[in-house]
Design a protein around this ligand. Structure first.
Ligand SMILES: Nc1ncnc2c1ncn2[C@@H]1O[C@H](COP(=O)(O)OP(=O)(O)OP(=O)(O)O)[C@@H](O)[C@H]1O
Ligand SMILES: [Mg+2]
Length: 270
């Protein structure tokens, strides 16, 4: 399965150009990160990938087929402000919305909702009105709904911005679960450390243009270039650059430790 954008441009109805000539593909089993400064077009890109916005030019396809209403059941999204997307009178009913729309029988809906509420530790919110939730709680409710939905494409817009430590861990588990199930996961984030930890590919936007696109291991170590674009580079490559300025920086903590150990053993040799 491939989610593909070809020559996609998008301008908002007031004339603001938000994206220009974007080409990218995300494949099954891939965790893709979209990075970029404020206003660079990350949210717009995710809304186009969800089929909630239609490109002004170019096209978005899933499995070669242009997005349309049919795509709804295959795609789930967490909005940047999840309080904008809670619709049902209670949390329980909100989490049950997608499984019901999929036409699952009552028993399966019940078990999916209960499992999803348990997964995010929010069983106690089940009968609460979604209008009375904090932003972090609302995010957990939407994420529980996405787990109950189990779509082929999962889109998360700044998912860590309001989650506590436990919520962050549960979300990481959810993302890993989707990867194991060979789903497509696209995450917009300012958090390049999280990208360094879990992403396969990275797409970097600046002023509505895709300025870098490729493997995380290639792009996230380009510390100076990232800074120039306005992205805070991940910690490990930044530290690696400081300690070993002559060597190509490493992305992961284990690799940095490895390099430090090798350097130490070389320098302590008689
Ligand atoms: N509804 C809208 N109407 C008009 N312009 C919009 C609208 N939503 C966003 N924009 C503009 O489109 C551009 C891209 O915005 P977008 O929200 O996609 O950026 P972003 O990268 O998600 O930013 P942030 O990091 O702040 O979430 C910005 O210039 C923004 O002002
Ligand atoms: Mg945004």
């Amino acid at each position: 399965m491939i989610l593909s954008l070809r020559n996609v441009s998008y301008s908002y109805p007031d004339g603001t150009p938000a994206l220009r000539d974007v080409n990218l593909e995300v494949r099954s089993g891939e965790i893709a990160f979209v990075l970029g400064p404020n206003g660079s077009g990350k949210t717009t890109l995710l809304l186009l990938m969800a089929g909630l916005l239609t490109p002004t030019e170019g096209g978005v396809t899933f499995y070669g087929k242009p997005l349309g209403n049919w795509f709804r059941k295959h795609c789930g999204i967490l909005f940047q402000d999840p309080r904008d997307q809670l619709l049902a009178p209670t949390v329980w009913e909100d989490v049950a919305l997608a499984p019901k729309q999929l036409g699952l029988d009552e028993g399966e809906v019940m078990s999916r909702v209960e499992e999803a509420l348990r997964f995010f530790g929010i069983e106690d919110l089940a009968s609460k009105s979604p209008l009375r939730l904090s932003r972090g709680q609302a995010a957990k409710v939407i994420l529980a709904g996405l787990l109950a939905h189990d779509p082929e494409v999962l889109l998360l817009d700044e998912p860590w911005s309001s989650l506590d430590a436990e919520g962050t861990e549960h979300l990481l588990e959810l993302i890993k679960l989707f990867k194991e199930r060979n789903r497509i996961v696209v995450i917009s984030s300012q958090n390049s450390d999280m990208a360094a930890e879990i992403s396969d590919t990275v797409h970097i936007l600046k002023n509505g243009e895709l300025v870098m696109s490729g493997l995380a291991s290639d792009l996230l170590v380009r510390v100076e270039e990232l800074r120039e674009i306005g992205i805070r580079p991940p910690l490990v490559p930044s530290v690696s650059r400081m300690i070993f300025p002559a060597d190509p920086p490493v992305l992961r903590f284990e690799d940095l430790l490895d390099r430090l150990e090798r350097t130490n053993s070389r320098s302590s040799r008689p």
